[in-house]
Design a protein around this ligand. Structure first.
Ligand SMILES: C[S@@+](CC[C@H](N)C(=O)[O-])C[C@H]1O[C@@H](n2cnc3c(N)ncnc32)[C@H](O)[C@@H]1O
Length: 398
C-alpha cells in the first residue's frame, strides 16, 4: 500500500485517539472471508475509566471488545488495507476517508467534522437504556399497552417488533454519516400504517443528542394519517407529522433516514429508489408479498424440477427479489445487510434489509452481481432496477 497516503490517515487516527477528539472510526468494505461487515470504534466510559469500544458487526450479531487507545491504533493499522478497504474517521474538526480497494493506489479525502458526543453518550449501556418504555403514553394511545403498563392482548408481537426496531436503529445511526449543514434531520416512514414504528422512532430520536429530528409518516390511507396526526398533536409531539400519500409520488424533499416496513410488493422498490435518489444516509426496509418476479423468473436448469412446487417457487422469487435489492443498494453506494428482523414464529415477513451510505461512486462488482443473478433467472426487468435506470440485460462482467 502507498504508505504516504495510508500513513497520513493513520496519523490522523492516532491524533484523534490520543488527543481525545475521536467521535467515531468506521472500518468498512471487508475483503472476502472477513466475517464482520464493519468495525465501529467509539470512545466509552467504563467503571474502570475511559477507553474505546470496538464493535465487530457480523451478519447476525455484534461482538464488542473494549481497548485502550494504543491497542486501537495498532488494530486499525493491522485491519485497514488487509481486511477492510475503507476507513472513515470522524472528529469535530474534520472527517477523513481512506479508500484502499486498490492497495497500490489508496485515496484520502477530507470533509466536514461531526458533532462531539455529550458525556452521557459515552456511557457503555446507553442503547439498552433507550429502548421502548412500556409505560409510554403513545403506546397506550395506539392500543399497544394498557394503562397498567402491560402489553395489550394480541399486541405482543407488535410490541416486540417496536422494541427490536429501536434496538437496531441506534447502531445504524452511529455507523452513518449525515450532512452537517442541515438545521434538522428527517426520518421518513413510508407506508406507515397505524404509525406504531413512526411514533416509536419519533420518541426515540427526540432523546438522542444528534437532532433535532423531524419524523414524517406517509401512508396511502388518509383515515390512518388523520388518526395518527390527531394523536401526535394531542400528545404534543410537534416534530412528528403524518401525510396522506403514495410512496412513489408523495412530496419528500429530504429523508436522512428512510424506513419502509412491510410495504407491499413493489412499494418496497419505490421506497428504496426514493431513498437512494434522495441520498438517504440510512435506509431500512422489511419487504413483503413479493409478487413481481414470481410471474417472470425462469428456473435455471438445475432448479427446474424442484421449483415445480409452488412453495419453492414462491420462496425462490422472494430470495431473488431481495438479493437483487441488496446488490442494487451496494451498487448505489450502500453497505447493506440482510438479516432476520424478528423471530419467524411471530411473522413470516421477518427479513430486514438495512443499508448505510458509505460511497458516492457506483460499485462495478455489485453491478456485475445484479446482472449475473438476474440473467441466471432470465429476469429482464425488476422494479427497483427499472426505477434506478439499471439495465439488467447489459454484459455482467465487472
Ligand atoms: C402491512 S402495513 C405496515 C404498516 C407499518 N409500516 C408497520 O410495519 O407497522 C402496510 C401499509 O403500507 C401502506 N401502503 C401500501 N402501499 C403503499 C403506497 N404505495 N404508498 C403509501 N402507503 C402504502 C398500506 O396502506 C398499509 O397501511
Amino acid at each position: 500500500m502507498n504508505r504516504d497516503v495510508a500513513g497520513q490517515f493513520h496519523d490522523r487516527v492516532e491524533e484523534a485517539l490520543t488527543g481525545g477528539t475521536l467521535v467515531r472510526l468506521l472500518l468498512a468494505g471487508p475483503r472476502p472471508g472477513i466475517a464482520a461487515r464493519q468495525i465501529i470504534i467509539r470512545p466509552v466510559v467504563l467503571k474502570s475509566g475511559p477507553c474505546f469500544s470496538v464493535v465487530h458487526r457480523e451478519e447476525r450479531r455484534d461482538l464488542t471488545h473494549n481497548h485502550p487507545a494504543s491497542e486501537v491504533i495498532r488494530l486499525a493499522r493491522e485491519w485497514l488495507g488487509s481486511d477492510y478497504t475503507s476507513g472513515h474517521l470522524h472528529t469535530p474538526s474534520a472527517s477523513y476517508q481512506l479508500e484502499c480497494h486498490d492497495p497500490a493506489r489508496p485515496r484520502l479525502s477530507k470533509s466536514a467534522g461531526v458533532a462531539a458526543p455529550k458525556p452521557e453518550d459515552l456511557q457503555h449501556d446507553r442503547t439498552r437504556a433507550r429502548t421502548v418504555d412500556a409505560g409510554a403514553t403513545w403506546l397506550q394511545r395506539l392500543g399497544v399497552t394498557l394503562p397498567n403498563g402491560r402489553v395489550a392482548k394480541g399486541m405482543e408481537s407488535k410490541f416486540r417488533q417496536i422494541h427490536r426496531f429501536l434496538e437496531l436503529i441506534d447502531p445504524l445511526l452511529e455507523s452513518a454519516t449525515f450532512p452537517k449543514d442541515a438545521s434538522e434531520r428527517v426520518l421518513v416512514d413510508m407506508g406507515c400504517g397505524k404509525g406504531y414504528l413512526t411514533f416509536a422512532a419519533a420518541e426515540h430520536l427526540a432523546r438522542r443528542d444528534d437532532g433535532p429530528w423531524r419524523v414524517r409518516g406517509i401512508e396511502l390511507r388518509p383515515e390512518l394519517t388523520a388518526l395518527c396526526q390527531k394523536t401526535a398533536t394531542e400528545l404534543g409531539m410537534s416534530r412528528l407529522e403524518f401525510v396522506p400519500g403514495d410512496i412513489a409520488t408523495a412530496e419528500v424533499p429530504r429523508a436522512d433516514v428512510l424506513v419502509a416496513l412491510h410495504a407491499c410488493d413493489t412499494a418496497t422498490d419505490e421506497a428504496l429508489a426514493r431513498g437512494i435518489r434522495l441520498g438517504s444516509s440510512v435506509i431500512v426496509v422489511a419487504p413483503c408479498c413479493h409478487k413481481e418476479l414470481r410471474r417472470t423468473f425462469t428456473a435455471p436448469p438445475v432448479l427446474a424440477r424442484a421449483l415445480r412446487h409452488g412453495i419453492f417457487a414462491e420462496r425462490q422469487a422472494e430470495f431473488i427479489t431481495d438479493a437483487l435489492r441488496v446488490e442494487l443498494l451496494e451498487w448505489a453506494g450502500y453497505e447493506t445487510r440482510a438479516f432476520e428482523f424478528i423471530s419467524p414464529e411471530h411473522t413470516g415477513k421477518n427479513l430486514m434489509i438495512a443499508a448505510v451510505r458509505t460511497r458516492k461512486d457506483a460499485d462495478p462488482v455489485a453491478a456485475a452481481a445484479v446482472r449475473s443473478l438476474a440473467q441466471g433467472y432470465g429476469i429482464r426487468q425488476q422494479h427497483l432496477a427499472t426505477l434506478l435506470g439499471f439495465d439488467l440485460s447489459a454484459p455482467s462482467t465487472p
